[in-house]
Ligand binder design. Structure first.
Ligand code: PGA
Length: 263
C-alpha cells in the first residue's frame, strides 16, 4: 500500500487530481478503449474535482474517452433532487468537463427493481473491462461507499440500510432533519471496489484519524472496511497531517521516507 501524506486538504486534492490526470493521459484512452474511473461523492473529493476541472478546461486532460461509475446513490431521491448523488456529480464535476453523457454511470435509486439494477451495474462495469482507478473517501467509522462496518469484505453492488450514525452525519445536507435523510442506498460492494486495477482513497481532517489508524496499522477486519485496502495490490491512501495524527510516528516516517526518496 502507498500512503501519501500531504500537509493539508488542498495539497491532498492537488496530488489526487494530478494522479488521476496522469493515469488518464498515460493510458491514452480511445473510443474503443476507454479509461474507466470509479468516483465518489462527499465533501472530500470536491477539491480534487475542482483541480481536475481546471486541468480539463486548460486542455491538460481530456475526459472524452473516460467512462465513470459512481459508488452509490440514495434510494428514493430523483436525479434532480439537490441531495441526490446524480445532482452532486453533475453540479460539481460533470457539467464542467468534456465527458460524454453516455459514459456516465450512477446507480438508479429510483428503480423499482433493485436487484436487477445492482446486477446490471456490475455487468456494465465488466463490459467496460473493469475499473482502472477507483477513487473513494472514507467515513469516520471506516466505511467505503455505503459499506458500513460489518459489511462483507467481498460484497457486490446491492441495497444497504444506512447506520444511524451515517444518517445523523448526513442530516447536515437535509436541513439537519434526520427524518428527511434516505434510510437506504444502492452501493457498489467492497468486492466491486477491490476488483479495480488500482484504488485511491482520500482522507483528510482529524475526524478521519481513527479510521486511518485502523486502516493502516490495524488488522484487516469487516469492522473497519477501509482496512481491506491492505489486501489490494495497488492501494493508495492520500491523507493530510491531521488524518495521520493517530498513527505511530515510525509509521508516518516510514511512508514519508519511501515517497520522498530520490536515490
Ligand atoms: P466526506 O464523506 O467526504 O463528506 O467526509 C466520506 C464518506 O462518508 O464516505
Amino acid at each position: 500500500m502507498r500512503v501519501i501524506i500531504k500537509k493539508d486538504y488542498d495539497e491532498c486534492s492537488k496530488w489526487a487530481a494530478d494522479f488521476v490526470a496522469y493515469k488518464i493521459k498515460r493510458f491514452h484512452p480511445t473510443a474503443e478503449k476507454s479509461f474507466v474511473l470509479g468516483l465518489p461523492t462527499g465533501s472530500t473529493p470536491l477539491g480534487m474535482y475542482h483541480n481536475l476541472i481546471k486541468q480539463n478546461q486548460a486542455g491538460k486532460v481530456s475526459f472524452e474517452n473516460v467512462v465513470t461509475f459512481n459508488m452509490d446513490e440514495y434510494i428514493g431521491l430523483p436525479p434532480e433532487h439537490p441531495q441526490s448523488y446524480h445532482y452532486f456529480m453533475k453540479e460539481n464535476f460533470f457539467k464542467h468537463i468534456n465527458i460524454q453523457q453516455k459514459n456516465i454511470h450512477i446507480p438508479n435509486g429510483m428503480t423499482r427493481d433493485f436487484e436487477k439494477e445492482c446486477q446490471d451495474y456490475e455487468t456494465a462495469i465488466k463490459k467496460c473491462g473493469g475499473v482502472n482507478l477507483f477513487i473513494g473517501g472514507i467515513g469516520t467509522d471506516g466505511h467505503i461507499a455505503f459499506n458500513e462496518p460489518g459489511s462483507s469484505l467481498t460484497s457486490r453492488t446491492r441495497i444497504k440500510t444506512l447506520r444511524l450514525d451515517t444518517i445523523k452525519s448526513n442530516a447536515r445536507f437535509f436541513d439537519n432533519d434526520m427524518t428527511r435523510v434516505p434510510k437506504t442506498a444502492l452501493t457498489v460492494g467492497i468486492g466491486t471496489i477491490m476488483d479495480a486495477e488500482e484504488v485511491m482513497i482520500i482522507a483528510t481532517g482529524k475526524n478521519k484519524a481513527e479510521a486511518i489508524k485502523h486502516g493502516i496499522e490495524g488488522s484487516v477486519s469487516h469492522m473497519w472496511p477501509i482496512s481491506i485496502l491492505q489486501m489490494h495490490q495497488h492501494g493508495i491512501i492520500v491523507c493530510d497531517e491531521e488524518a495521520v495524527s493517530l498513527l505511530q510516528p515510525e509509521t508516518v516516517n516510514y511512508f514519508k521516507e519511501i515517497e520522498n526518496r530520490t536515490l
